[in-house]
Design a protein around this ligand. Structure first.
Ligand code: CAA
Length: 384
């Protein structure tokens, strides 16, 4: 199918696919087995200017948007979604700066991210603030010309490897959701350290750790936006980032579908390639159809947002929800088509199934996506 990519988007897609096939595919199993952070690949993506695609030109970007980001994410995830997530968090960690940062903050922090020299991370989640993101216990107290941060963030992607952290903390617990603020904290700030690397089911090459703040003093000018804006900055960031998770899910599913179709056309049982049996070919037909449907949704949401759309929460949640549920079904069926081999680590589909699971969980579980969509529907009909 022609997905009507622009000439530049097509070039970005081809370049990403080349890197994914030539540089990531040969090492993805090793990265997964050894839970090794893909620094060499990150450098490669940086050299290819792929971290620039979603950033404005004035901050070192190439002026693209969610569509370009999605195209890169999809192509990386088709081969290894651990790498794709590492890449994707460069946007998740940058969006708070783009959305709420001052010109000075943007000039300071975004160009090194665009160049792939410094990775950012997004630190919202805590032990008691997962789905209930506003229940943040980490505090930031104004003290002279700085803030003192105390608390622990959990499950933070790119933790330990990234250098620029957008951190959400409470400046006034009595104000609840309106008492939160966003900050930039740089790696190596005294009082800022990392917990152990989490042992995960999938996305094993991406880094997931705690961030620990113990009387961590940051300059006052690292406040992002206004005091009290933190929750809205976090929510707007997640809105913008969820279509990218949809794109990652489409990429994982595409990779699994291709592996299953190739296997089914080669594997002979009862004297014929198993693809000639309807039980298998109909599975592939459903997989291919669902992938195209999810891709169409993700691309149209990305294009709609890039065209300047407002009030995007519902569509963004839909893109993530539909694509990640689809990816879970498609990867599970890919394992089914490969049968016993699919369950073995010698074939890529078991990794893809493990990886797909996270797309239903991170950046808001799919139950939270349904809640976001439903709340917008309720609001729409209540006002009629
Ligand atoms: N945009 C702007 N403002 C928003 C908003 C949005 N999308 N969503 C909510 N708000 C505003 C509301 O308007 C409201 O403002 P007022 O008080 O001025 O009216 C305020 O925020 C509070 O809104 P709610 O009452 O709806 O908030 P809530 O506490 O009920 O929470 C929620 C809503 C949707 C459940 C939210 O907590 C949520 O999204 N939870 C999931 C968190 C999540 O996705 N975490 C992922 C972490 S990051 C990650 O996973 C990254 C990684 O590893 C790669």
């Amino acid at each position: 199918m022609d997905h009507f990519l622009t000439e530049e988007q097509q070039m970005i897609k081809e370049l990403t696919r080349k890197i994914a096939e030539e540089r990531i595919k040969p090492v993805r199993e090793e990265l997964d087995e050894q839970e090794k952070f893909p620094w060499e690949i990150v450098q490669e993506l940086g050299k290819a200017d792929l971290f620039r695609v979603f950033l404005p030109e004035e901050y070192g970007g190439t002026g693209g948007g969610l569509m370009e980001l999605g195209v890169v994410g999809e192509e990386l995830a088709r081969v290894c979604s651990g790498v794709a997530t590492t890449f994707g968090v460069s946007s998740l960690g940058s969006f708070p700066i783009l959305l709420a940062g001052t010109e000075e903050q943007k000039q300071k922090y975004l160009p090194p991210i665009a160049a792939g020299e410094r990775l950012p991370a997004f630190a919202l989640t805590e032990a008691e603030a997962g789905s209930d993101a506003s229940n943040i216990q980490t505090t930031a107290v104004l003290d002279g010309d700085g803030y003192i941060i105390n608390g622990t963030k959990q499950f933070i992607t790119n933790a330990g490897e990234g250098e620029i952290y957008t951190v959400f903390a409470s400046i006034d617990r009595s104000r609840g959701v309106r008492g939160l603020a966003a900050f930039i904290v740089e790696k190596d700030t005294p009082g800022f350290s990392f917990g152990r690397k989490e042992k995960k089911m999938g996305h094993r090459c991406s880094s997931t750790r705690e961030l620990i703040f113990e009387d961590c003093r940051i300059p006052k000018e690292n406040l992002l936006g206004e005091e009290g804006d933190g929750f809205k900055v976090a929510m707007k960031t997640l809105d913008k980032s969820r279509p990218m998770i949809g794109a990652l899910a489409v990429g994982i599913a595409q990779g699994a579908y291709e592996a299953a179709a190739e296997y089914a056309s080669q594997r002979v049982q009862f004297g014929k390639p198993i693809i000639s049996f309807q039980g298998v070919s109909f599975l592939l037909a459903d997989m291919a159809t669902e992938i195209e449907a999810a891709r169409a949704l993700v691309y149209s949401v990305c294009r709609w947002i890039d065209s300047g759309a407002k009030d995007i929460s519902r569509a963004c949640a839909m893109a993530k929800l539909f694509s990640s549920d689809m990816a879970m079904r498609v990867t599970t069926n890919a394992v089914q088509i490969l049968g016993g081999y699919g369950y073995m680590r010698d074939y890529p589909v078991e990794k893809m199934m493990r990886d797909a699971k996270l797309t239903q969980i991170y950046e808001g579980t799919n139950q939270i996506q349904r809640l976001v969509i439903a709340s917008r529907i309720i609001k729409e009909y209540a006002s009629q």
